[in-house]
Design a binder for this molecule. Structure first.
Ligand SMILES: Cc1cc2nc3c(=O)[nH]c(=O)nc-3n(C[C@H](O)[C@H](O)[C@H](O)COP(=O)(O)O)c2cc1C
Length: 127
């Protein structure tokens, strides 16, 4: 399994509806995940879920943003070609006036090697 190590100026953004269906992804997200925007829009965000990620992390993410709070955390994602990459994500709710609905945004940057090690250690004890 190939790891893509983010560059320091990689910045991956995606937006979902209230159910986690992808509405938008920026060029860095598409490029690194290995999908075109058309392939991502309309799909559930777990399209990039990596099996090593504990369910507890996403439970915490959803509980946090549904309370209109900001979630920060480390996420290991899969790429379309079977590789993976680690990000430090900030996920937050936003009210979309056009859609008259709440949407969620995730902004992701490169985590340091030591941050990734910490996340691995934390996640190996979670389900
Ligand atoms: C804005 C936003 C961005 C998300 N980004 C990711 C992501 O990059 N990778 C991921 O696995 N899940 C992401 N999720 C969580 C997914 O919606 C989902 O809960 C998770 O992939 C677990 O999938 P499962 O519930 O089918 O097990 C995101 C959710 C939101 C609201």
């Amino acid at each position: 399994m190939n790891e893509y190590v983010l560059k320091s100026d990689d910045f991956l953004v995606s937006q979902t509806d209230e159910k986690g269906i992808i509405l938008f992804a920026n060029d860095d997200f598409c490029k690194i995940a290995g999908y075109t925007l058309e392939e991502l829009v309309g799909k559930p965000h777990n399209i990039v879920r990596h099996p090593d990620m504990p369910h507890a992390a996403f439970k915490d993410l959803w509980e946090t943003v549904k309370q209109d709070k900001i979630w920060n955390g480390y996420v290991k994602n899969s790429t379309k070609d079977g590789g993976y990459y680690w990000v430090y994500a900030t996920v937050y709710p936003m009210y979309d006036k056009v859609r008259q609905a709440k949407t969620y945004i995730s902004c992701r940057r490169k985590p340091s090697k030591s941050e990734i090690e910490e996340a691995k250690n934390l996640y190996k004890n979670l389900k």
